[in-house]
Design a protein around this ligand. Structure first.
Ligand code: CA
Length: 245
């Protein structure tokens, strides 16, 4: 279904200045269980999307403030937002813009007038891509290729060999595992992975990551550095068995 039990409801931002269309989209996606935020200007859309980092953006092309193509371009050129799938919504006359949008990295498009069923189906496909599903073997246990994280026992193995992590390293890895495919800033990692203890922990997160990578051996490739931003966990993309239509 549209609800991902591991990460809460999917968040969708709809950037559309025609309120009737925005309302219909929002109503239908909310019925599917998504959390929907509507914005009626391109510039406001950018602000909200950068702040919320939603799972999906539905983007009209003709917008006040900044047009949809510019919004798309800015989102796709920023490491923090470029992995958020974008479905462009266009009037027929804007078909040439669709081609440009796809070239900029938009994931899909739909032409007005569209059926809401069609849009919901496209949204589902895009969301499946946005949260590469991890393969759960059992409660509290996450498997990414050769890497197995047992949250309950605080155990990590790589190709069956235990990796002995510090509490900080374990929390960082857990944070990565819960956000596959997401760019995480150092600040996010510090506050989300380390929480209340952040104040008393060495803020040089890079040192912890370097040590974590060393201990993960060949699974270290799953943690990618994003220059100037932070890090991203990039396991192989899989589909959840329960997510098939
Ligand atoms: Ca419009």
């Amino acid at each position: 279904m549209s609800h991902d039990p591991d990460n809460g409801p999917f968040m969708v931002v709809v950037v559309e200045d025609e309120s009737d269309i925005a309302n219909i989209i929002a109503f239908n996606l909310e019925t599917e269980g998504y959390k929907v935020t509507c914005v009626d200007r391109g510039d406001h859309g950018l602000t909200i999307i950068r702040r919320e980092i939603p799972d999906l953006v539905i983007l009209d092309l003709m917008l006040p403030g900044i047009d949809g193509l510019s919004v798309c371009q800015q989102l796709k050129s920023d490491p923090m937002t470029r992995d958020i799938p974008i479905i462009m919504v266009s009037a027929k006359a804007e078909d040439s813009d669709i081609v440009i949008g796809l070239g900029l990295g938009a994931d899909d498009y739909i032409s007005k007038p569209f059926s809401i069923r069609e849009l919901a189906a496209r949204a589902k496909v895009a969301l499946r891509k946005s949260r590469p599903a991890r393969h759960e073997v059992a409660e509290g246990r996450m498997v990414f290729d050769e890497l197995v994280i047992d949250a309950e026992r605080h155990e990590v193995t790589v190709s069956g060999h235990p990796a002995s992590l510090t509490v900080t390293e374990f929390r960082l890895l857990q944070q990565f595992a819960e956000n596959p495919g997401r760019a995480l800033s150092r600040e996010q990692l510090i506050s989300q992975a380390l929480g209340k203890d952040a104040a008393i922990i060495d803020r040089n997160i890079d040192v912890h990551i370097a040590s974590l990578r060393r201990k993960l051996g060949k699974a270290a490739r799953l943690i990618k550095t994003i220059r100037g931003i932070g890090y991203k966990f990039t396991p192989g993309r899989r589909t959840t068995p329960s997510a098939t239509p």
